[in-house]
Ligand binder design. Structure first.
Ligand code: ACM
Length: 641
């Protein structure tokens, strides 16, 4: 096997973040619609009291506060009806009617804290903002002593720009436990996300119990544990144990749905068909158009089984598709959709539709006969035939179908919503056809991509820096906003083996997307965001959460100058950093040559260059080392493009 060469990297250290100002600094993410800072601050008493309407939903909000408060302060709260309670959750009056379903008004003054909202989700988001106004000790995992629990006087009016603020979690490529999914939801809601898109099935694992189809979880949920660069592993031998993976029982799913509901999150289940279905066809070979082949397949464990050389759709080396025409397939999908519809109250159901190879369908005489019978001109229309039948099943269960933008090809099923991932164009086209759209383009929203220089990050085939995610604008010019439901960040987990690394990949880019989805477009400001981000990363340290710091690193670009020399340009994502570099194999610090703009020309004999960033006298970025060979390779690639 040809080995992939990773550019050698030497990462010395990621040094501490900026020294931060006093606890009462206001740094809210996502930025609220309006915030007026008052003079002074309110000190929480030792015995915090909360007054809230006697409803179940208000109870969830009270619990959200009290659990975190108790963890961080060691104190319990008391519920009261008194008008002088420390925290008061009240219904908004008519002057606040434009708060909508999720908006809130938060007032902190000498009388304490009042959150008014038209509905419970608003209280919940008001509480999330309140946490961010509290001293960083609120992030602590155990009670802190001697904290002065001061909250600055403020009046905040706030409501989201978009109703759909999602993160997609792929639990197929690598399985995440029920407890980890709950933790993911907890992490999401602090930044006011409200949709968890749950990618439950793929070639590497079927993760949800479906009654009547037991092999989906007996067989389809398990593969062979492999570690390394996913997608390049050798095919497991027959005797290798298939005990890696897992699934959620229907009771687990009900528990997760309830957990999410109590945090004002909807779960969007995805069953990805007709492609990405290897786990299903291995479990039930009759679902395949080539059952005799399917009977010989195994659930994928990270071996390559797709030829991408001609782009999307790929050519399947192993037929991972459902037959687009067999009655058994539609019976199977009816059972799956019926059970999903009962388990998940969210009105939408995601049926995938992406990257479906057509090379086995092309050769299938039954597909050819169907094409003749139905007058289908090509394989896109065959997939469209499949999607339209599936959409009817979804609709018959009272749900709205949503699928990846490939479902547009060959004709979009009536009423189907589109998740636009191959750029914005699919979303634009669907919105023009008056279909609902969720924008989640690779260009801005793919959280599985590398965040910094490939020399410093675990390899993935593309890079998406924090700054680029901040440039995301989900509403394309000239498109009627009523069709754009919102946006979503996608966390595909081929290369994500554990929850710590999942956090690293999600944060801080999901801070940035949260602001795009919640805050008014005119409120977005990169420099201001970065300032607030630094405060949140301090909180993440206290909360012992993992995150990436690549946004502080040097960006090293190489190319060939007009006269053919190797040229290097340095830059940073974050303003206000100073770059230092070396060509002499040693580690630059802030006494080394400072980069002052313009091209650098590494001397002929220089075998590697290094660059590092400082804010003032403090190193903030990683030490990045890139060999001459790698610089030349990148320059050649740049010339080619
Ligand atoms: C996708 O990334 N294949 C939707």
């Amino acid at each position: 096997m040809k080995m992939r060469l990773l550019a050698p990297a030497l990462i010395l250290c990621a040094l501490p973040l900026l020294a931060l100002a006093a606890d009462t600094t206001i740094a809210i993410i996502p930025e609220p619609v309006s915030l007026q800072k008052g003079k002074g601050s309110f000190s929480l008493p030792e015995k915090v009291t909360i007054a809230a309407p006697a409803t179940t939903e208000a109870g969830w909000v009270v619990r959200t506060f009290s659990e975190r408060w108790q963890k961080a302060s060691g104190q319990t709260i008391a519920k009261t009806n008194a008008a002088n309670a420390t925290i008061r959750l009240v219904y908004a009056n008519s002057s606040d009617v434009n708060l909508g379903k999720e908006g809130y008004r938060l007032m902190v003054n000498q009388k304490g804290i009042e959150i008014s909202a038209a509905s419970p989700a608003g209280w919940f988001y008001g509480i999330q903002t309140l946490f961010q106004l509290m001293p960083t000790a609120i992030e602590s995992l155990s009670p802190s002593k001697n904290v002065s629990w001061k909250i600055p006087f403020v009046t905040i009016h706030d409501k989201p720009r978009f109703g759909w603020r999602g993160l997609m979690l792929d639990v197929s490529r690598h399985f995440f436990t029920k407890q980890e999914v709950k933790q993911f939801i907890d992490d999401m809601v602090r930044y006011k996300y409200n949709v968890l898109h749950f990618h439950l099935t793929d070639d590497q694992g079927w993760r949800i119990e479906i009654k009547g189809w037991p092999r989906l979880t007996e067989v389809g949920a398990w593969n062979v544990k492999k570690q390394g660069y996913f997608g390049t592993f050798p095919t497991p031998k027959k005797e290798e144990k298939r005990d890696h993976g897992g699934f959620y029982t229907q009771d687990d799913i009900r528990e997760l749905v309830q957990y999410a509901k109590e945090r004002f999150v909807d779960i969007l289940p995805e069953v990805d068909v007709p492609g990405h279905s290897l786990a299903a066809v291995v479990s039930y070979p009759n679902l395949s158009g080539t059952p005799e082949l399917a009977a010989t397949y195994q659930v994928n464990s990270g071996e390559n089984f797709m030829d991408w050389s001609r782009g999307n759709p790929p050519t399947a080396l192993v037929n991972n598709t459902l037959s687009p025409i067999k009655d058994t397939v539609f019976q199977f999908l009816t059972d799956v959709v019926t059970q999903l519809a009962q388990l998940f109250p969210f009105p939408y159901l995601h049926t995938g539709g992406d990257e479906c190879p057509k090379n086995y369908w092309e050769k299938d005489p039954a597909v050819q006969a169907l094409m003749k019978q139905e007058g289908l001109k090509n394989q896109d229309e065959v997939q469209s035939y499949f999607e339209k039948r599936l959409e009817k099943i979804v609709r018959s269960q009272g749900k709205k179908m949503i699928g990846w933008d490939e479902i547009l090809h060959g004709g979009l099923a009536p009423g189907a919503a589109v998740m636009s991932w191959q750029g914005m164009k699919g979303g634009i086209e669907a919105a023009r056809q008056q279909h609902e759209v969720v924008m989640t383009p690779t260009t801005f929203a793919y959280l599985d991509y590398m965040q910094g220089d490939p020399a410093t990050e675990p390899e993935v085939y593309a890079t998406l820096r924090l700054k680029k995610t901040y440039e995301f604008e989900p509403l394309p010019p000239g498109i009627d906003p009523q069709w754009i439901k919102g946006g979503q960040g996608n966390v595909w987990t081929e290369q994500i083996y554990n929850y710590r690394y999942l956090q690293y990949m999600v944060w801080p880019r999901a801070f940035s997307l949260a602001e795009t989805f919640w805050s008014p477009a005119e409120k977005k400001n990169w420099d201001n965001f970065v300032n607030r981000l630094n405060h949140h990363l301090v909180r993440y340290d206290i909360a012992e959460k993992k995150y990436a710091t690549c946004h502080n690193d040097a960006i090293i670009d190489s190319r060939f100058s007009k006269d053919g020399r190797l040229q290097v340009d340095l830059s940073t994502e974050v303003n206000g950093l100073q770059l230092y570099y070396s060509f002499d194999n040693t580690f630059p610090d802030n006494f080394y040559p400072a980069y002052r703009g313009g091209p650098l020309f590494p001397p002929e004999e220089c075998s590697m260059m290094r660059a590092v960033t400082y804010r003032g006298k403090q190193q903030v970025g990683k030490m990045i080392t890139i060999t001459r060979e790698e610089l030349m390779k990148r320059a050649k690639e740049r010339n080619r493009n």
